[in-house]
Design a binder for this molecule. Structure first.
Ligand code: RNT
Ligand code: ZN
Length: 415
C-alpha cells in the first residue's frame, strides 16, 4: 500500500514538474544534528544534582530520564532507529565522562572517548558546545564578560579547551564538528553600562578563537539571544553583537528560533545573513510566548526555514541543529517527533515546483503563485514521506510510538 500510494503521489508531483526521486536523494544527504540534552533535561554528568542555570529551563518531571552516558546513548540509539537517514549528535561539555573530577578548563578529548567511539561505530558526525552555565563560576550569569579577570580567564580556558576537543572529534570522525559558543551573560535589571561587558566579551572571544584549526576539523559558531530568565533587561551577546562578530571574524552565526521577539522569525534571516556570511548554524526550536524550547512542530515557520535552506541549495552552508528540551513527555518521543518534523519540512520544501513558482513571480502572476503555494499543501506529501521512512527501514507513521512505549515499559520504567 505504501508503494502504491507513493507511485500515485509521484505521478501527481511529476505533473507539476517535480522530480520526487531526486528530492528523496537530496533529503537523505542532509544530516540533522540531534541535541543530546533533550535526553536528560540539559543535566549532564558533571554534578549529581545541580540545577540547570544560565536562564534556561526544562519544565516537567517525566519519569525515566537518562542518568548517565550509557543510558543516554541507549536512548539515542532508539531515537536514531526511528528517524530516517544518517544524522549527527550535538554534545555539550557537561556530557564529559570523567572518572575523577576534571574541571571545565581542563577538559580534553579523553573525556569524550566513549562518545567518539559510539559515533564512529554508527557513522555519525559529532558537534560540540562549551558549557558556560550550571557551574559555580557562572551562578551570577556572567562568564566571558565577567568584570573579574580571573573568572573570565577560567571561561576563556574552557572555550579554548572545547575547540580542541571539537577539532579532535572532527579529525577522527572525518567530518568537521561545529563548535557553538553560547553564554548566558546579561542582567535582570537595567544596566548602567551596556558597552563594557560587550567589549570584554569581544576580547574573550578573540582569545578563544586564537588557535587555528583546519576547516575540515572545526567550524566555529556564535549564538545570540534576546533575553533569558534573569537576563530580561540586557543580554551581552545580542543579535547585533554576534552578527558583527561573526561577519568580521568569519565565523558561523547561530540563529536560534527562540531567541528573537515572539513575532520575529529566523526563516527570513537566512538569505540575508548568507549574502555576507559563508555559513550558518540553526538552532531549530519552538518558543511558545517566550524562549520555551518546546518540541519542534511541522508548522508554518518550520516549513519556511526548510524552504529557505533548500530553495537556493544552502544545504552545505546551513548546519541544522535542534535545540529544545521538554521534560514533560517521553524524552525519546520528543527527540523523534521533532527530528522527523524537521525532515518532513525539508522534504515538503524539496517537493516544491520551484522553477514554476519563480517564473510566476517574475511574470507578475501573483495570484498564480499564491494559488500554487496553497494547492501544494493538499498534495499527497504524506505518501512520499511514508515511502521515505519505509525505504530507510524506520517505522512508518505513528508506528514509531509502539517502539517508544515498549522501551518505556521495559527500560525507562526501571530507572
Ligand atoms: C540557550 C541557547 C543554547 C542552549 C544549549 C543547551 O538559550 O539556546 O543553545 O539551549 O546550549
Ligand atoms: Zn540555542
Amino acid at each position: 500500500m505504501i508503494e502504491q500510494a507513493f507511485q500515485l503521489s509521484k505521478a501527481r508531483y511529476q505533473e507539476l514538474g517535480v522530480d520526487v526521486e531526486a528530492a528523496l536523494k537530496k533529503l537523505s544527504a542532509i544530516a540533522i544534528s540531534l541535541h543530546c540534552w533533550q535526553g536528560d533535561d540539559v543535566g549532564g554528568f558533571e554534578y549529581a544534582d545541580r540545577a540547570l542555570s544560565g536562564g534556561i529551563q526544562a519544565t516537567g518531571n517525566y519519569p525515566g530520564k537518562a542518568r548517565n552516558a550509557a543510558e543516554l546513548r541507549a536512548d539515542l540509539d532508539l531515537a536514531l532507529r526511528l528517524i530516517p537517514g544518517t544524522h549527527r549528535l550535538n554534545l555539550h561539555a557537561i556530557y564529559a565522562e570523567s572518572g575523577r573530577k576534571v574541571e571545565r578548563d581542563e577538559l580534553s578529548v579523553e573525556q569524550f572517548r566513549n562518545w567518539i567511539d559510539w559515533a564512529a561505530e554508527r557513522h555519525l558526525g559529532l558537534d560540540f558546545n562549551p558549557t558556560f552555565f550550571s557551574h559555580p563560576l557562572a551562578d551570577d550569569n556572567w562568564t566571558l564578560s565577567h568584570p573579574k579577570p580571573e573568572i573570565r580567564e577560567f571561561w576563556i580556558r574552557h572555550g579554548q579547551a572545547c575547540r580542541r576537543i571539537a577539532a579532535a572529534m572532527g579529525r577522527e570522525l572525518k567530518t568537521a564538528a561545529v563548535n557553538n559558543v553560547w553564554i548566558p551573560d546579561g542582567s535582570k535589571d537595567i544596566p548602567a553600562d551596556r558597552l563594557a561587558p560587550r567589549r570584554r566579551l569581544l576580547e574573550s572571544l578573540d582569545r578563544i578563537f586564537q588557535e587555528e584549526f583546519p576547516k575540515c576539523e572545526l567550524i566555529d559558531a556564535v549564538e545570540s539571544k534576546l533575553f533569558g530568565i534573569g537576563s530580561e533587561s540586557y543580554v551581552v551577546g545580542s543579535h547585533e553583537f554576534y552578527m558583527g562578530y561573526a561577519l568580521s571574524r568569519r565565523k558561523a552565526l547561530c540563529l536560534d528560533a527562540g531567541h528573537f521577539h515572539p513575532t520575529e522569525v529566523i526563516s527570513d534571516k537566512i538569505s540575508s545573513v548568507l549574502c555576507f556570511a559563508d555559513e550558518l548554524l540553526l538552532h531549530v526550536s519552538r518558543g511558545v510566548r517566550w524562549d520555551s524550547d518546546h518540541v519542534v512542530l511541522f508548522n508554518d515557520e518550520l516549513q519556511a526555514i526548510a524552504q529557505e535552506v533548500v530553495r537556493y541549495g544552502f544545504e552545505k552552508n546551513v548546519h541544522i541543529g535542534l535545540d529544545y528540551f521538554d521534560a514533560s513527555i517521553n524524552r525519546i518521543a520528543a527527540w523523534v517527533i521533532g527530528t522527523r518534523n524537521m525532515l518532513k519540512a525539508l522534504l515538503f520544501a524539496l517537493l516544491e515546483p520551484g522553477a514554476t513558482l519563480r517564473r510566476m513571480e517574475l511574470e507578475g502572476d501573483l495570484a498564480g503563485r499564491l494559488a500554487m503555494m496553497e494547492e501544494l499543501k493538499g498534495l499527497p506529501f504524506g505518501a512520499v514521506w511514508d515511502y521515505y521512512c519505509a525505504q530507510h527501514d524506520v517505522p512508518v507513521g505513528f508506528a514509531f510510538m509502539k517502539e517508544v512505549r515498549e522501551y518505556e515499559k521495559n527500560v525507562l520504567a526501571k530507572r
